[in-house]
Design a protein. Structure first.
Length: 83
């Protein structure tokens, strides 16, 4: 039985142990790919890790929240134009 839960990952994150939190969220998603809380938290941590600039905040929101094919295409176009 695994004790890795969203709450445990959240506690790690609040304590500044972001890498450990990411590992737990990834384990949660491996077992339950539809776990929206873990997915959202993992995307938030990954974007913090990669330091998206403020000028690209709208793209950050799209990266985190994209759900439709049109949104994914918009994100893909932006990424292809990014140098």
């Amino acid at each position: 039985m695994s004790i890795n839960t969203n709450m445990l990952a959240s506690i790690y994150e609040m304590q500044g142990h972001k890498e450990e939190a990411m590992v737990i969220y990834e384990e949660i998603l491996h077992k339950d790919p539809k776990n929206k809380q873990a997915h959202t938290a993992l995307m938030r941590l990954k974007t913090q890790k990669h330091n998206f600039s403020v000028s690209n905040h709208d793209k950050l929101e799209l990266f985190i929240n994209a759900t439709t094919q049109k949104e994914y295409q918009k994100l893909e176009q932006w990424l292809l134009s990014w140098e």
